[in-house]
Design a protein around this ligand. Structure first.
Ligand code: ZN
Length: 227
């Protein structure tokens, strides 16, 4: 049975409206051939980075010997039970601590979930100048999440780490990717997911099969699983 309702957890890719990490490629889509110009079909050319829009980071992003995106375990990313932690009480540049995750940790154990999504509500700031001022996950909390056998941590911000000039912005990346886990960034709609009241949130987070690459844009969707 297909799910009755699917929540799209993916930001739209619109040229000029996709925040990018400094130095990363700016997203663009332009018509390469065009029906309006009398050509055979509409075909776009894309300028895109491996970390453009809603995307995942594979271990190879920070580790030379880490798994590349084409070799990730798809059983973790396909129709996977997921727990959503509501951390919307944390504001700009605030730390999300282990204590904020106790209810979610209990739920992870109960459902044996390997995907944990952190709902900060910050996806509302997408395309706003303060998008990078989001709350961030404590590295020790990330370690304890991984000890629950979680393998995928997803956030509705540009990073699970604090983004601040002059600071090391990769503590959580090293913890998660360093233990073979996966990070999903720039999700949207997690607040909708929390407010849905769904008891068996299930997600698919499938990347492109980019040979040898460190990450990939993806289409993230959620539904209320019945299994
Ligand atoms: Zn990334």
């Amino acid at each position: 049975m297909p799910p009755a309702t699917v929540i799209d957890l993916t930001h739209p890719l619109i040229p000029g409206k996709v925040p990018a990490w400094p130095g990363h490629p700016c997203y663009n889509a332009s018509l390469n051939s065009s029906l309006a110009n009398g050509e055979f079909a509409n075909v776009h050319a894309l300028t895109i980075g491996t970390h453009t829009g809603t995307h995942l980071d594979a271990p190879y992003h920070f580790f030379m010997d880490g798994t590349t995106v084409d070799r990730l375990d798809l059983t973790l990313l396909t129709a996977a039970p997921a727990v959503v932690a509501d951390v919307r009480h944390r504001g700009a540049h605030e730390r999300i601590a282990w204590e904020d995750l106790s209810a979610a940790a209990e739920e992870v154990r109960r459902r044996k979930a390997r995907v944990l999504l952190l709902c900060t509500g910050w996806s509302r700031q997408w395309t706003q100048p303060d998008y990078s001022d989001h709350p961030w996950l404590d590295a020790d909390a990330a370690r304890r999440i991984m000890e629950l056998d979680v393998r995928v941590i997803g956030v509705d911000t540009m990073s699970p780490d604090e983004v601040a000039p002059g600071k090391d912005c990769a503590h959580v990346h090293r913890v998660v990717l360093g233990s073979g886990g996966i990070i999903v960034e720039n999700l949207k709609g997690l607040d909708e997911l929390v407010d849905s009241g769904w008891k068996n949130v299930t997600v698919s987070l499938l990347p492109l099969r980019l040979d040898g690459c460190d990450g990939s844009p993806l289409r993230a969707v959620a539904w209320d699983g019945t299994l």
